[in-house]
Ligand binder design. Structure first.
Ligand code: FAD
Length: 380
């Protein structure tokens, strides 16, 4: 077991962290044009397509390296919403195309999605189907060489800026796992409309909205995988999200832990730095313990992806560990800063950005259900 990254990965990681620190800072207000410019810059650096094979325009990196590069993006980029948007694009949209797309689909869609020219979004969640993903109501009905999609999606990350959607719809009502189909849908397809961006407490730099589908005609050659394979596509995207997407949060946690150590060394009370008080130093040790243990679980899950493991438990544990660690680490970082912790800044931003991480990619309750089921403890 070797815990070191190879020198080439370390070099890429440092380059991405530095690039993100200097070029990907967020403006005070979200601006779609500015967002797209940063996205294009990130694309030129290879950041939005790290795990995509080189022949389709990506960097061709393993899951472990992709996680390391995502961690570097989270570390360098102070706009965690941007990091999250990149990860959602790469792991929830592009990786399913790599794993389920035909050769023609990969050549058609992936290069511009890797270069940063185009942005992708994945529409699964609906007003009546959140955790119960098999309860979708969006329908896709075959009509000659097209499918016609009707329905409503909500909480769709990147939808206000997306050029292409991976859209999940029901092709066989009552068909359960085999009743869903995934489609690649161009954003400018007539009948597809995106609502106004939500105002969120966390991940503010990641645009999100509802998507309405009304008689949206999608050519049959834009089915991803095959008819009835939608749940497999969705499961694959979740496996990547629960592992590599969450690596971004490791980077943020590391940055905040470092700034908390600095603060505890500088801030003096009762004639000495507060870091000298055991209550403070132990809190920072706990932050480090949470970060390092979550990190180990995430890299173990990423190594499993590289080995082709079908283990459901490791990605779910990684997701649970990282999201819970991120929230608690943010709270601890606020506490160490005293009143300064509740002013606009790095620590309170982590709390706000980490809260949604317990919800997306399957809530933490759902992860526990999945783990219990895999252990033979819960009903299917
Ligand atoms: C920042 C962010 C980004 C997102 N991006 C996307 C995206 O790009 N695309 C997309 O399709 N969706 C996206 N989502 C939506 C996300 O996938 C859903 O919010 C999530 O699946 C939970 O669904 P819900 O919000 O409807 O909650 P619900 O399913 O209504 O759950 C409410 C509560 O009940 C609990 N619960 C529900 N069922 C069970 C059960 N069986 N056992 C135990 N507890 C249960 C949940 O854990 C939760 O605490 C995003 C969400 C967030 C917060």
């Amino acid at each position: 077991m070797n815990f070191d990254l190879d020198p080439e990965t370390e070099e890429m990681r440092d380059a991405i962290a530095s690039f993100a620190r200097h070029k990907l800072g967020a403006p005070a207000e979200f601006d779609p044009e500015e967002f797209r410019q940063r996205w294009l810059l990130a694309g030129k650096q290879g950041v939005v397509g790290t795990a995509i094979p080189e022949e389709y325009g990506g960097l061709g990196q393993s899951a472990v390296t992709a996680a390391a590069l995502m961690e570097a993006l989270g570390y360098g980029c102070r706009d965690t919403g941007f990091t999250f948007s990149v990860a959602a694009h790469l792991f929830a949209c592009l990786m399913p195309v790599v794993e389920f797309g035909t050769e023609e689909q990969k050549r058609r869609w992936l290069p511009a999605l890797c270069s940063g020219e185009r942005i992708a979004a994945h529409g699964i969640t609906e007003p009546e189907a959140g955790s119960d993903a098999l309860g979708l109501r969006t329908r896709a009905v075959r009509d000659g060489d097209h499918y016609v999609l009707n329905g409503d999606k909500c909480f769709t990350t990147n939808s206000p800026v997306a050029d292409v959607f991976v859209m999940q719809a029901v092709t066989r009502p009552g068909g359960g796992f085999f009743g869903l189909t995934s489609f690649l849908v161009e954003a400018d397809t007539p009948g597809l409309t995106v609502g106004p961006p939500y105002s969120k407490v966390g991940l503010r730099g990641s645009p999100m909205a509802d998507v309405h589908l009304e008689d949206v005609r999608v050519p049959a050659d834009q089915v991803l995988g095959s008819e009835g394979a939608g749940a497999s596509v969705f499961t694959s995207s979740m496996k990547w999200e629960r592992t590599c997407l969450f690596a971004g949060f490791l980077g943020v946690m590391r940055r905040v832990t470092e700034s908390t150590v600095d603060y505890a060394k500088e801030r003096r009370q009762f004639g000495s730095p507060i870091g000298g008080f055991q209550a403070v130093s132990h809190r920072i040790v706990d932050m480090t313990l949470r970060l390092e243990s979550a990190r180990l679980m995430l890299y173990k899950a990423a190594a499993g992806l590289d080995d082709g493991s079908q283990d459901e438990i490791a990605p779910a544990l990684a997701k649970l560990a990282v999201s819970e660690a991120a929230v608690q680490l943010g709270l601890d970082a606020v506490q160490v800063r005293g009143a300064l912790g509740i002013l606009d800044g790095e620590a309170e931003t982590l709390v706000r950005d980490a809260l949604p991480s317990r919800i997306f990619s399957g809530t933490n309750d759902i992860q526990k259900n999945n783990i219990a089921r895999a252990m033979g403890l819960a009903r299917r």
